[in-house]
Design a protein around this ligand. Structure first.
Ligand code: GDD
Length: 410
């Protein structure tokens, strides 16, 4: 049997995702019309012998209750939310709930970060892991040397694929091969995490008895005993000990820390739907008569005027109304938004219940990594008729009656 654990973090983590994380926890923000966390959940569902999926985080229980019950019903597979009383780190959270995770006595545990976007080649990883042996296998990818330092950089044996060396977000370049935040482990990982916290306890006692404080590294000294990070505390020390192996993906992979990356990843998932769930894409079936360009998702409850032109990379959520002559390109339109006649939205995310007036434009240049590279309207923003909003972030409940550019409207 196999179980999967998805680490969903908590409210202190999603700060770069503001203003979109004010009311919706980042893992439930829709990409390609589905909550971010549903993409890894759907991938887990395809693993043979998977019996349960756990989401571990320190968000409020009530934020996830409705979602986990509806997705459990839909997939006919138990998906449970386990709430930590405080952050335990990416490995400590797993250990904290070890008894629940081991209930079905699984032979393997998948562990996934919720904020990565990829094709999740989990079954291939499982097979590779069984060939390698050892405690765990890490999904890895080659990225540009300039971007590698935002991630865990690693060195793997080109033949055996063993993880030989691991450094989390190093200051000086180590390798362009990076950690994708997707892992498979045997239950031995739980013993390894326990050893880390026992070792830390031992060190704390030595410190207590002697006054050699300076021998301790400042980072490990500051950490509570039950706070264990998967990367620094497990991957680094176990590298080169024939315990950890790597599986390289040749597909797409991105990390979703900012709204700009959410828009990019929404497009990547829409493109993947062509192969995995083409019924979710608009056009083709003739039900939406608006003109559709490229990959587009339109929620069945949305009303789109037949003279609107939509796409590529557009995702339209529930109860959205799109008026006559509207043009939408590369955007996420959230629930209950109204886009009035002849308005244009390009490279933008439009928050829940917002309204965009006639002949107005909400747009950006589309640099996904720049702070103001996409325009974001928070919840319930009103853009009045003929107003132009360019490269800006507008906080919730604002009314814009004048055009703005390169601004954060507080
Ligand atoms: N439940 C829970 N509790 N989840 C947590 C906690 C915690 O205390 N701390 C972090 N997480 C979750 C986050 O929500 C995220 O899904 C994942 O664990 C990793 O978060 P971080 O530890 O903040 O690391 P990161 O995202 O900056 O980088 C990690 O992922 C990269 C791939 O996206 C590292 O493992 C990098 O090496 C890796 O490249």
């Amino acid at each position: 049997k196999v179980v999967a654990v998805i680490m969903v973090g908590g409210p202190t983590k999603g700060t770069r995702f503001r203003p979109l994380s004010f009311n919706t926890p980042k893992p439930l923000f829709p990409l390609a019309g589905q909550p971010m966390v549903q993409h890894p959940i759907s991938a887990c569902k395809r693993i043979p012998n998977l019996v349960q999926i756990f989401l571990i985080g320190f968000h409020e229980e009530r934020d996830f209750a409705l979602y986990v019950s509806s997705i459990s019903n839909e997939l006919k597979m138990p998906v449970r939310y386990l709430k930590e009383d405080k952050p335990h780190g990416s490995a400590g959270g797993l250990y904290y709930f070890r008894n629940i995770i081991m209930e079905d006595n699984p032979s393997h545990i998948f562990l996934l970060n919720c904020d990565v976007c990829c094709s999740f080649p989990l079954t291939d990883m499982l097979e590779a892991h069984k060939r390698y042996g050892g405690m765990g296998t890490v999904l890895v990818i080659k990225v540009s040397a300039e971007s590698a330092n935002q991630f865990g950089e690693l060195v793997a044996d080109p033949i055996t694929k063993e993880l030989l060396h691991y450094t989390e977000k190093p200051e000086t370049f180590v390798s362009d091969l990076i950690n994708c935040g997707v892992y498979i482990f045997t239950p031995h990982i739980l013993t390894a995490i326990q050893e880390v916290s026992m070792h830390r306890e031992g060190q704390a006692n030595i410190r207590h008895l002697s006054s050699f404080e300076t021998l301790q590294s400042p980072t490990s000294r500051a950490l509570p005993l039950d706070f264990v990070r998967l990367d620094q505390d497990i991957l680094s020390p176990f590298a080169g000990k024939k315990q950890l192996y790597t599986y390289e993906t040749m597909d797409f992979w991105e990390q979703i820390k900012t709204p700009g990356m959410a828009l990019k990843c929404s497009g990547l998932y829409l493109a993947q739907f062509r192969f995995t769930s083409s019924h979710l894409l608009a056009g083709g079936d003739g039900t939406k008569s608006a003109s559709i360009v490229g990959d587009v998702f339109v929620h069945p409850s949305a009303k789109v005027h037949p003279t609107a032109k939509i796409g590529p990379n557009v995702s339209i959520s529930a109860n959205v109304r799109v008026g006559a002559g509207v043009r939408l390109i590369s955007c996420i339109i959230l629930d209950d938004v109204e886009v009035q006649e002849n308005a244009v939205v390009i490279n933008s995310i439009v928050g829940w219940k917002s309204s965009i007036g006639k002949w107005s434009r909400v747009q950006a240049d589309g640099d996904y990594n720049a702070k103001l590279g996409i325009t974001i309207l928070g919840e319930a923003v009103i853009v009045e008729d003929e107003v132009v909003v360019i490269n800006s972030i507008v906080l919730p409940n604002k009314t814009l009656n004048l055009s703005v550019q390169d601004e954060i409207i507080l």
